[in-house]
Design a protein around this ligand. Structure first.
Ligand code: ADP
Ligand code: MG
Length: 393
């Protein structure tokens, strides 16, 4: 994996730099409800502006499907971004953009309107690539979360302008490289969440890469059932029995130890604080659901992590939104965080619910790296080459 960064970009004074960011923030009316993505964009924008570049931020917002509208206008994100940056940010519409950009001075920052107001953005249409490229001298891609899509602003531009990774993109790629590219062994992967079917490619890729595969959450039930365990009323994909057995066999061949829970927390009801039982996996009653990994298994998993140098984590160990079924996820997350802080473990985690679970456990900051990239993170865990990253190479 080779790519140029802002360290290689040279003198940017007076140059117009097109910076692809992820500004796709959740909003409630005019208020940004989570500014994580704006804070991730800030270092690259500030660094370039401080060096005298004319910074032109390119981003998509929602799914306007080529139809301009106020609802999907990036005008509404301009002030929140200015607030996070602590500097003025101009907004530039796709009408008269050339003239507007020509008035900008070195050090100025502008947000260009939603890239998806052009239908050709998502088709990577060369005309749209050219439309964007004509505004800038250099291209910086800082949006890892959009790198699994080959769109004009995420991929096409890298072929027509000198292209560099921004600081957020760089941090993400370096962390992911450390976790699965060239990791220190032994490597453990925690894969949890609801269903095997959404993470088949992740599991298939990981068995050939990691030394320990820890399977938790609803998807563990599918593996347990495939091995002949009666999982009662648990969430379980019985039709994936053969697939599950194939994955277990592939792991065996690759020398990857698969950890499935041997004790579990069960309940008859899927609600907060219902009556529960902690039982061996062979003692689940016909009317019970497995909703969390049990304490004995969690302790054994913690011991396994202590022998590892690297951890990659996607998916919670139980139905963590509902107490007390957050217990295993929180306990294992705390162990991983403590091992990371003591310097024995490199820990990288990602996934929408995983990030929420780590925040809930209060340990997100104690992991080496937590990716908020969602789809791009999962595709990377599947071992796929992301087009937006490849184009930077
Ligand atoms: P991520 O977003 O991090 O990739 P997923 O979306 O794959 O994670 O999985 C998260 C969901 O899995 C959560 O909603 C959680 O409640 C659910 N889940 C975890 N364990 C169980 C279980 N034993 N039974 C039912 N649902 C579960
Ligand atoms: Mg999810």
């Amino acid at each position: 994996m080779t790519f140029k960064t802002l360290d290689d970009i040279g003198d940017v004074r007076g140059k117009r730099v097109l910076v692809r960011e992820d500004l796709n923030v959740p909003m409630d009316g005019a208020r940004v409800t989570d500014d994580t993505r704006l804070r991730a964009a800030a270092p690259t924008i500030a660094e370039l502006a401080d060096k005298g570049a004319i910074v032109l931020v390119l981003a998509h917002f929602g799914r306007p499907k080529g139809v301009p509208s106020a609802e999907f206008s990036l005008a509404q994100v301009t002030q929140p971004l200015a607030h996070v940056l602590g500097r003025e940010v101009r907004y530039v519409d796709w009408e008269g953009d050339k003239e507007a950009v020509a008035t900008l001075q070195p050090g100025d920052v502008a947000v260009l309107e939603n890239t998806r107001f052009f239908g050709g953005e998502e088709r990577n249409d060369p005309k749209v690539v050219e439309r964007f490229a004509s505004l800038g001298d250099l291209y910086v891609n800082d949006a890892f979360s959009a790198a699994h899509r080959a769109h004009a602003s995420t991929e096409g531009l890298a072929h027509v302008l000198p292209a560099f990774a921004g600081r957020s993109m760089q941090a993400e790629l370096e962390a992911l490289e450390k976790a699965l590219g060239k990791p220190e062994h032994p490597v453990a992967a925690v894969v949890g969440g609801a269903k095997v079917s959404t993470k088949l490619d992740v599991l298939k890729h990981l068995v050939g890469k990691v030394d320990h595969l820890i399977i938790g959450g609803g998807m563990a039930n599918t593996f347990l059932a495939a091995r002949g365990v009666d999982v009662g009323k648990s969430l379980c994909e019985h039709d994936l029995r053969d697939t599950a057995l194939e994955i277990l066999e592939a792991a065996d061949k690759a020398g990857c130890t698969v950890h499935l829970p041997y004790d579990v927390v069960v309940s008859k009801e899927f609600r907060a604080n219902p009556p529960t039982r902690t039982v061996n996996v062979h003692e689940v009653a016909a009317d019970e659901m497995i909703l969390d990994v049990g304490p004995a298994a969690v302790e054994a998993l913690g011991d396994a992590l202590k022998t590892c140098r690297t951890l990659v984590w996607n998916g919670p160990m139980g139905a963590f939104e509902i107490p007390p079924f957050d217990t295993a996820t929180v306990a294992l997350a705390k162990t991983a965080a403590a091992l990371t802080q003591s310097g024995s473990l490199v820990s990288v985690a990602g996934g929408g619910d995983t990030v929420a679970a780590l925040n809930h456990a209060g340990v997100a900051d104690d992991f080496t790296f937590v990716s908020t990239a969602g789809g791009a993170f999962l595709e990377w865990m599947e071992g796929r080459e992301l087009p937006g990253v490849k184009a930077l190479g």
